[in-house]
Design a protein around this ligand. Structure first.
Ligand code: SAM
Length: 294
């Protein structure tokens, strides 16, 4: 619970601005959250601008992947105090509560995403590499598709080790793709879209590292975890229709701010074109890596 968390390194300092954030409340940064430079700043503003379209289209995908991650967690989340790191709209926290977790705290740097976690997710605005929680506050840290966004995932894993017990983290398998991705990208470009700088850095530098099983094991070991293990799993998200596939791609943080900025009429044209482009591209079955460690 948020009340169990405190300042960094076990200090008695409270969660000054990060504590007890509830939907509708004036969310403000938690300790250690400053408007960062480079990738973090770009990621933060992109996710902040994407929350509505993400919730409409991408969240159902990530919710299915979060359930798979929690099923693979070792030990399982039953009765655990869980930190959902890079929580976004709280999919992993909800999956943990659904699997019997005692409590969940959701940490993310994008406040608009956190607002959708709901009160049971106990959202806290926080930077993954400087968490505003006391040592040993959690039994399980879940990082669903978060490590790939970080320039220093080792620092985040050290923080996860400090505040938590076990770890369960996910990333996309390096060889996984789906035909809808290229089809939507091409359609977006024909509407004037250009990928943002943070996304190019993410695709080129940080995501590949999180998709490398050897690197994940090395980073987890260096952070002080024992018995790190990476498994590749395949998850059928249940998404199949062109409308669902279009909403997934148009709700991602690298596309949603562009979509949101279009006029209503142009947005409707884009959605129609995207749905036509993904028709027949098949069910959305995702290949992902699951890193577990204690
Ligand atoms: C791909 S989304 C996944 C969201 C959620 N875990 C899920 O699976 O539905 C990645 C999330 O990581 C967050 N994030 C990225 N960099 C972060 C950082 N340095 N500190 C905290 N959160 C971060 C983003 O704001 C975003 O919400």
């Amino acid at each position: 619970m948020v009340g169990e968390a405190g300042g960094r390194g076990g200090s008695a300092a409270g969660l000054s601005a990060g504590a007890g954030l509830s939907p509708g409340a004036g969310l403000s940064p938690g300790a250690g959250l400053s408007p960062g430079a480079g990738l973090s700043a770009g990621v933060r503003s992109a996710y902040d601008a994407s929350a509505q379209l993400w919730a409409d289209g991408a969240e159902p995908v990530y919710a299915a992947l979060a359930r798979a991650l929690l099923t693979a967690a070792d030990p399982p989340p039953a009765d655990a105090r869980v930190l959902d790191l890079g929580a976004g709209t709280g999919t992993a926290g909800r999956a943990a509560l659904g699997a019997g977790a005692r409590s969940v705290v959701s940490a993310d740097l994008a406040v608009s995403m956190l607002r959708r976690c709901g009160p049971a997710g106990h959202p806290v605005a926080a930077e993954a590499t400087a968490l505003p929680f006391r040592d040993g506050s959690f039994d399980l840290v879940v990082a669903a598709f978060c490590l790939g966004h970080l320039t220093d995932p080792g620092a985040a894993l050290r923080e996860a080790r400090r505040v938590g017990g076990a770890l369960a983290a996910s990333s996309f398998a390096p060889d996984w793709t789906h035909p809808a991705k290229a089809a939507v990208d091409d359609t977006l470009v024909s509407f004037g879209y250009r990928p943002p700088a943070w996304y190019l850095e993410f695709k080129h530098d940080t995501e590949p590292r999180a998709g490398d099983p050897g690197e994940l094991i090395r980073l987890a070991t260096a952070a002080g975890f024992t018995g790190p293990r990476v498994r590749a799993i395949t998850v059928d998200t249940g998404l199949r229709s062109p409308a669902q596939l279009a909403a997934w791609r148009l709700g991602m943080a690298h596309t949603a701010p562009f979509v949101r900025a279009l006029s209503e009429a142009r947005r409707a044209d884009l959605r129609r074109a995207v749905e036509a482009a993904v028709a027949g591209s098949g069910p959305l079955v995702v290949g992902m890596l699951v890193l577990t460690a204690r």
